[in-house]
Design a protein around this ligand. Sequence first.
Ligand code: PEP
Ligand code: MN
Length: 330
Amino acid sequence: MWISLTPEADLKHVKERLQDLGLWARPCSGSTGEVTGLLIKKDSRAVPREVILDIPGVADLAQASPKHPKLDAQAHKPVLVGHIEVGNGAPVLMAGPCSVESEAQIHEAAEMAASAGATVLRGGVFKPRTSPYAFTGVGRKGLPWMRAAADKHKMAVVTEVMSEGDVDAVAEYADLFQVGSRNMQNYALLKAIGRAGKPVLLKRSMSAFFEDWLLAGEHLLHAGASGVIFCERGVRGFDPNTRNLLDLAAVALLKSVYGQPVVVDPSHSVGRRDLVHPMSRAALAAGADGLMVEAHPNPSVALSDGPQSLHPKELVAIGQEMTRWHAPVV
Ligand code: PEP
Ligand code: MN
């Protein structure tokens, strides 16, 4: 909502009155630098128009052009991933290893994930690694392995695509594209993925502002993605003990104010398996539509992210808790 001001308006006073009403507003300046009005932020309370017009200094109220019209259009609607709905009130478990390591490993992992109640199989064939000497994935040959392993258990497939040149290959085998944290603002990649017309799991960059994350989602929808599911995976904090700080307030904000589908990846946030279950609970309590959890049939031999990968039994414990879960009223 855009508030225009009378020439004699006392900006400070208007802002204070708005804040008293639970309205957060940002002053906007014209080309000569003078403040011409205030833009009410979206996370503000709903207040009747007449109440705002009554504030001395307020001249008029108008609808501001929406910043994310495509996201607004998908609000409060589930996103279809293969045959699975994400955001319909029943939390979805996406689980599997960090990396697809071999055909046998992903088949074993799919069996493990399915028996814990997961309906979406995760696993990366292209791995973004900080060091070029670390395992960077098996590449394209892992895609049909994943598909077959998931199909055996009627699961959907989510996997990361890191380069524009691999979009078509991934589209052929995956139900859900994953955009990794490091690529959230790779707009050329977002455009190429969007053009494939499939749903996308958009991980939050470890240092992205909330609004940047929303707009990256808008880029995907604008380019043609059939839906965007946001994935909070922790942002840079200041204390290495809990690695990436899991921003659950952002999850609640996405859900309760923006009505967007959101899942939480506790694994890459905390980086250690003993904290994954408690943070999974917290994520669901904050309103998440699902979890993306790393688990491995034998974490001690995992080629990536072993310390945060759950043992099969630990994944079962999360799956069981999710079946008893009732979404909070937001
Ligand atoms: C992943 O999920 O495999 C991954 C690399 O996560 P992120 O992009 O969140 O670091
Ligand atoms: Mn990982």
